[in-house]
Design a protein around this ligand. Structure first.
Ligand SMILES: [Fe+2]
Length: 311
């Protein structure tokens, strides 16, 4: 653990936080949230982001997200403490926000969901980069993701997704001797990542007679939130599993394409279907393209501890 003197050197600005650099250097993935390190500049960034996006949430966010914002009692003026978030989440869905120092290999990430924990970034973007950030920050994770975690049905869908990852890992490990296992697993993870991207991160959903956003990537971007719902250049199509798993995506631009799902029940059913497709080998050879699957992601699946009694 770093000394107090070292901690005082910096704040918790994304890509500039000594606390995070030290955690990574020490290979600490799960960390605490050293709240005292947030500077006035960090708090000011949260306030700007929150006050800017609030009217757009009211206009474009799915009503279940808006209920979640109320239920988790986010403070427009202060970066949330994860312990406070967790005290609100626990009785609603059993979910929790778990602080991480950075990238979480794919299986570990999905397995956290299975255990009702969401890996959560604690740094906040620079105040000069309000609307665009390639990596997640606490505004994306706490304001974009957490409100949906108050919803029991959505929370159950995330847990189900974690279970799908577990059965995908089992599927791969049972074929570990097969020379094609790496290529097949790479495709399965790619298909799962695309599914996650076009639902949990960038999903749209019917809400009464309107189309609204429930995906956190949209809901944490002031500009894309309006674009995704209103702009005539954005393509919006009914959710189709075979399309989603084969559709590549980029993280540096607004999405050209969004999938509209009818309900959280349909989302849950689609996750069930995804599992059946993985078991049937239908994700073994998806269309090439983004996202790139890293060696660490492959290893995380192949090395996962899957014994019956593992939690
Ligand atoms: Fe996200």
């Amino acid at each position: 653990m770093c000394s107090d003197a070292k901690r005082k050197r910096g704040d918790l600005t994304t890509t500039q936080a000594p606390f995070i650099e030290e955690a990574r250097a020490g290979a600490q993935l799960f960390i605490d949230q050293p709240y005292e390190l947030y500077s006035e500049k960090n708090q000011r960034t949260w306030r700007k982001l929150y006050h800017q996006i609030l009217p757009r949430w009211e206009r474009y966010a799915h009503h279940r997200f808006l209920e979640g914002v109320e239920n988790v009692a986010l403070d427009p003026d202060q970066i949330p403490r994860l312990e406070d978030i967790n005290s609100f989440l626990a009785p609603l869905s059993g979910f929790s926000a778990r602080a991480v120092s950075g990238y979480v290999p794919a299986y570990l990430f999905f397995d956290c969901l299975r255990q009702r924990a969401f890996p959560t970034t604690i740094t906040i973007r620079d105040e000069h980069l309000l609307d665009y950030l390639p990596e997640p920050d606490i505004f994306h994770d706490a304001a974009g993701h957490v409100p949906m975690h108050t919803d029991p049905l959505f929370a159950d869908a995330l847990v189900r997704f974690g279970e799908v990852a577990r059965s995908a890992a089992l599927y791969a490990q049972e074929r570990a001797e097969d020379v094609t296992v790496y290529r097949r697993l790479e495709n399965v993870i790619k298909g799962m990542a695309r599914f996650f991207w076009f639902t949990v991160e960038f999903g749209l959903m019917r809400d009464g007679s309107s189309t609204k956003a429930y995906g956190s990537g949209i809901l944490s971007s002031f500009s894309e939130l309006e674009y995704a719902i209103e702009n005539e250049r954005a393509q919006r199509y009914p959710f189709q599993l075979e399309w989603v798993i084969n559709q590549y995506f980029e993280i540096n631009t607004f999405q050209p394409l969004y999938f509209v799902i009818s309900s959280f029940e349909e989302l849950f059913s689609a996750i069930e279907e995804l599992e059946q497709w993985i078991q049937a080998g239908k994700l073994d050879n998806v269309a090439p393209g983004e996202p790139e699957i890293q060696e660490a992601d492959l290893r995380s699946f192949l090395d996962a501890e899957l014994s019956e009694d593992s939690p």
